[in-house]
Design a protein around this ligand. Structure first.
Ligand SMILES: Nc1ncnc2c1ncn2[C@@H]1O[C@H](COP(=O)(O)OP(=O)(O)OP(=O)(O)O)[C@@H](O)[C@H]1O
Ligand SMILES: [Mg+2]
Length: 231
């Protein structure tokens, strides 16, 4: 089970996330819904420890995620992949290499520096691109792709990490309905996942929605269950 207990994050005097508490069971796909500035991205960044919590704690099974340091922290960041709102691709590298970068945390420093990937890893990367419908872009510089294509490259890179948990920040914001369905199906089948959807489309996939509020406290008590409808 994944748990947040009274998690708060402040930036100076600004409280971005205020005393959030909730659980996610293994295999659940949970959506965080809330207005711009409500703290959705900040919450995801604390879960994969790009931001530290100001107070409170985050747990994944017996692991206290919020206090990890050094190798244990890197190991958690390997297990907890993040699809960023701004994609974070390397525009001058081709698509295939961008996807392969998802394997970096699984590799020795020397192989990483030399940018050497095995045949199996390349086959895995092309498979991920195929499943997202963009294998034809594999050799193109990532910066030349459309926004929706770049978003799918970022998703393929996250899936290459073979994570235990997938955090997706607005994963289908740039996609048309068909590609949104492909991406959400892919996220739903990969692992226990968590999205931060502003789009009502996402509610067809998520099992639970948690309401983020920009006011003094997140209304976590307002969580509700939704029936999963795959169509
Ligand atoms: N590094 C930072 N320094 C200062 N303030 C920050 C920082 N990161 C986020 N904030 C503030 O925290 C609040 C929450 O931001 P966050 O990006 O988490 O919102 P969001 O719900 O993801 O919004 P959106 O839907 O627009 O992406 C905002 O008021 C933002 O200005
Ligand atoms: Mg955001």
């Amino acid at each position: 089970m994944f748990q947040l207990k009274n998690v708060t994050r402040q930036f100076g005097k600004k409280v971005a996330v205020n005393s959030v508490t909730f659980d996610i069971l293994q295999g659940q796909m949970v959506g965080i819904i809330g207005r711009s500035g409500a703290g959705k991205s900040t919450l995801l960044r604390m879960i994969n420890r790009l931001n530290d919590v100001s107070s409170g704690s985050i747990h994944f099974g017996d692991l206290q995620v919020s206090s990890l340091r050094g190798a244990a922290l890197r190991s958690w960041q390997r297990d907890c992949a993040m699809i960023f709102q701004q994609f974070n691709l390397v525009p001058r590298l081709d698509v295939l290499t961008n996807v392969l970068l998802g394997r970096l945390n699984h590799r020795s420093t020397v192989l990483s520096i030399l940018n050497m990937f095995t045949r199996e890893e390349r086959i895995m990367a092309i498979g991920a691109l195929e499943r997202l419908g963009i294998e034809q872009t594999a050799l193109q510089p990532a910066g030349t792709l459309s926004g929706g294509q770049q978003q799918r490259v970022a998703i393929a890179r996250a899936l290459m990490q073979q994570p235990k948990m997938l955090l997706a920040d607005e994963p289908i914001a740039s996609l048309d309905p068909l590609n949104a369905k492909i991406v959400m199906d892919r996220c739903a089948t990969s692992t226990s996942a968590m999205a931060s959807p502003s789009s009502p489309t996402c509610t067809r996939w998520i099992l639970r929605a948690i309401i983020a509020s920009a006011s003094s406290a997140w209304r976590m008590e307002a969580s509700f269950s939704m029936v999963r409808r795959r169509s």
